[in-house]
Write a protein that binds this ligand. Sequence first.
Ligand code: SF4
Ligand code: SF4
Ligand code: SF4
Length: 260
Amino acid sequence: MERSRRRFLKTAGLAAAALGTAPVVKSLAAQTKVLPSPKAFKGQQWAMIVDMRQLTEEDIAAAVKACHTVHNVPQIPSVKEEIKWIWPAEYENAFPGQATRYANLPEKFHGKHFPLLCNHCENPPCCRVCPTKATFKRPEDGIVLMDFHRCIGCRFCMAACPFGARSFNFSDPRPYLPNGQAPNPEFPTRARGVVEKCNFCAERLAVGQVPACVEAVESGALVFGDLADPESQVRKLLRENFAIRRKAELGTGPNIYYIV
Ligand code: SF4
Ligand code: SF4
Ligand code: SF4
């Protein structure tokens, strides 16, 4: 864990901010009961880079396992009721706009899996349609969050999200925790009738830990950082490499970039 944190601090150009009572931590503490930490990371617009030149299938599996374990994401056997925060998808399904099979990228990535997760969009349609403000974009750092207690399960947000990033708990998820494990006490379990999704590991950032999926991919093929910081590793990678985003033409402003 310390190695990941050091790597993050070094490459993301981030300073561990002594936030004290800063709103970023207060709002998080209200949701997750995490106490403010002097180690908390501070950013204005978090983003993730997925370097597909390095990422392996094993890396994706490790990222999914880490995320779903720390967040008590249930493994429900029924495909119709599947809950997922990060998941693998083939190029053709992840980037359906790239229609032709014979251009460079489709040929290069045919059959290869891309890790998909919530894009923490600049203009998130999911938040606009939520009648209770149970899902909202945090102004401090751009993370699109869920307040599970306010969610009434109307699923408007699921219909509005063009990325399939949200899952609905059709039944009580608690009997289906990953690997039959005891729940991670650091993160709330959910109830029947509630929507959930990736939260960019807001609860970990608040205590100075990198996202669990980033930590799990030892090669460094997942990079997390602040787009607003021109010195950050995410900005450097975007300056120096060609990257694509899912369905960018829809104008939601995805903040997950894939270097291809
Ligand atoms: S990917 Fe979907 S759920 Fe995530 S912020 Fe964008 S619209 Fe909302
Ligand atoms: S399901 Fe929950 S988060 Fe989604 S729109 Fe309805 S109340 Fe909001
Ligand atoms: S950023 Fe955190 S919540 Fe999102 S997919 Fe990675 S581990 Fe899961």
